[in-house]
Design a protein around this ligand. Structure first.
Ligand SMILES: *[C@@H]1O[C@H](CO)[C@@H](O)[C@H](O)[C@H]1NC(C)=O
Ligand SMILES: *[C@@H]1O[C@H](CO)[C@@H](O)[C@H](O)[C@H]1NC(C)=O
Ligand SMILES: *[C@@H]1O[C@H](CO)[C@@H](O)[C@H](O)[C@H]1NC(C)=O
Ligand SMILES: *[C@@H]1O[C@H](CO)[C@@H](O)[C@H](O)[C@H]1NC(C)=O
Ligand SMILES: *[C@@H]1O[C@H](CO)[C@@H](O)[C@H](O)[C@H]1NC(C)=O
Ligand SMILES: [Zn+2]
Length: 490
């Protein structure tokens, strides 16, 4: 039996690594507390899909879109086309296996392309490699990583409720802004472990009980890569205790001080609701940002951590941790929703908090046996995706109705929802306006027949989960990157 190890290896941003990447920041980002028109915030790149904490600030000046030619529009009209362009590197020796993996990416791309109205191709840097030999991520006898995916670049855009949020590049492209922050070559980076498990592929003989349908894994990860990811994480403590959105800091021009820009949410977080109260989670981000104005200087990251931890705002971060380990606490309010019970319920039943599993998935208890099972953190082994979809009734796609609603809400168009919300390229403010993102009626979810026991996960201090009852396979997601966990520990 195998289980993933990265949750253990994973640590929050270390001062050393932070200091290193900060160097890149010099003189890129806004360095004054006020936001200036046409001066873009920096973008982030995530070079390692198995490590979301590895982020690199990059300059992304606003540029004109190239004129789109006839070919472009032909592509757009053919809605059955696979809009995912897969750049595939296969590290496996078996060419048949490589072919199957590549085909699976194509199938996953076609499924998403036939569900959403994508107007601009999405470039995926996909690899299938031996994590142990190539990346030195070998896990141990209990743990193995199956893979991960992340938006290659996150781009700051101005939302209508006053906050600046980080958008996944694949979505920013679909907005087709005449001018936009510069794009990276790839939209999604995805990597899967060729030594990670016993995969099953379309066309293989009937799936074995321990086999994992590779398509399930790829689809789940691509959805993360398209933006199904909250930024609420513990970026400060080795053992998670307090959650905040992404922390933006830059080093001053002479690198001797650290400039704090604020806490930044991802696009996903715009729609997060505290279910019991119906309040917008973004209001908490707004309060967190009262900790220090944009442009506040700190002598180093340790000082920042120390001062934040002793601030009254830190209590809010502790409260968010509380919500993330209390069942039925956090939801994603889809477009058209007016009350807490309209929310897609997020995974807040794991206690203690699990990096990569908590919050950025749909609730296992609520959705395990529904058409919207794809984004729960546990994958189903021993069943292929088609069988799973068929067993959920008449809905014919693994992209369930709630997941489609999520895409529409985030800004992806679909045939039934042609004109989704679009944020703005020009940054003018970073102050939350509760009149635009209003609180909603509180109340618990309709699915009250389901019992929401807190799932207890025992972990040894700062290391491996030693006991995860009942689970056969875990899909573990680390912020924008996702990690696939395979196996059970009994
Ligand atoms: C593709 O992603 C891998 C990480 O999974 C990275 O090492 C590689 O450089 C990327 N390839 C390109 C062409 O950017
Ligand atoms: C570095 O810049 C800060 C202001 O950004 C200034 O206070 C400090 O004196 C400078 N240090 C050096 C060594 O120039
Ligand atoms: C944690 O959340 C629960 C349920 O929402 C609440 O009753 C409790 O007071 C919270 N505890 C703290 C310390 O905030
Ligand atoms: C989820 O549903 C599957 C059937 O598809 C079932 O085998 C499994 O036990 C369920 N898991 C949980 C945790 O409810
Ligand atoms: C929100 O609406 C109230 C009442 O109409 C108004 O007083 C307040 O200024 C508005 N706030 C913002 C940020 O627009
Ligand atoms: Zn996941």
């Amino acid at each position: 039996m195998t289980f993933h190890s990265l949750v253990l290896q994973r640590r929050p941003i270390k001062p050393s690594s932070l200091t290193i990447f900060l160097v890149f920041f010099s003189s890129l980002l806004f360095t004054s507390p006020s936001f200036q028109q046409n001066v873009p915030l920096g973008c982030y790149e995530y070079p390692d899909p198995t490590n979301r904490y590895h982020k690199i600030p990059v300059n992304c000046p606003i540029i004109e879109s190239p004129t789109m030619g006839d070919d472009f529009f032909q592509l757009q009209e053919n809605s059955d086309n696979n809009m995912f362009v897969i750049h595939f590197v296969c590290g496996a020796k078996n060419p048949t296996l490589c072919e199957k993996v590549k085909d699976t990416f194509e199938i996953a791309g076609s499924i998403i392309s036939s569900t959403l109205t994508l107007n601009t191709p999405i470039n995926v840097n996909a690899s299938f490699i031996d994590f142990c030999k190539t990346l030195g991520k070998c896990g141990n006898s209990d743990l193995v990583t199956l893979g991960g995916a992340t938006p290659t670049r996150m781009i700051p855009l101005q939302d209508d409720d006053g906050l600046v949020r980080l958008y996944p590049q694949s979505l920013v492209k679909q907005f087709r802004f005449p001018k936009h922050p510069q794009f990276s070559t790839f939209d999604i980076t995805a990597t899967f472990n060729s030594a990670g498990g016993d995969y099953w592929f379309q066309g293989d003989p009937i799936i074995g009980p321990d086999q994992q349908d590779f398509l399930y894994v790829v689809l789940h990860e691509l959805v993360h890569g398209l933006g199904f990811a909250s930024s609420w994480q513990d970026y400060i403590n080795d053992t998670p205790e307090a959650l905040t959105p992404d922390i933006s800091v830059i080093s001053s021009a002479n690198s001797s001080t650290l400039i704090f820009n604020g806490f930044f949410e991802s696009a996903f977080d715009k729609y997060m609701i505290d279910i019991p109260t119906g309040r917008r989670v973004s209001a908490i981000t707004d309060q967190l940002n009262e900790f220090a104005g944009s442009g506040t200087k700190f002598s180093n990251i340790q000082e920042f951590y120390m001062r934040f931890k002793s601030s009254k705002q830190y209590q809010l971060a502790l409260g968010m941790m509380n919500s993330s380990v209390t069942p039925l606490s956090l939801g994603f309010l889809p477009t058209g929703g007016t009350k807490s019970s309209d929310c897609i319920i997020l995974e807040t039943s794991l206690n203690p908090y699990q990096r990569g599993c908590s919050v950025s998935h749909v609730s296992l208890q609520t959705y395990n046996s529904t058409c919207d099972f794809l984004m729960k953190y546990l994958a189903d082994r021993g069943k292929d995706l088609n069988t799973l979809v068929a067993s959920r009734g008449n809905y014919k796609s693994p992209i369930g109705p709630e997941l489609l609603l999520f895409f529409n809400t985030l800004g992806y168009a679909s045939p039934g929802y042609p004109n989704p919300y679009r944020p703005n390229v020009i940054i003018t403010t970073n102050k939350f306006n509760p009149n635009v993102s209003k609180n909603v009626d509180p109340g618990l979810q309709k699915a009250s027949t389901v019992s929401y026991a807190t799932v207890t996960v025992t972990i040894t201090a700062n290391s491996a989960p030693t006991k995860i009852p009942e689970y056969t396979t875990m899909l573990l997601f680390i912020f924008f990157s996702s990690l696939l966990f395979s196996g059970v520990i009994t």
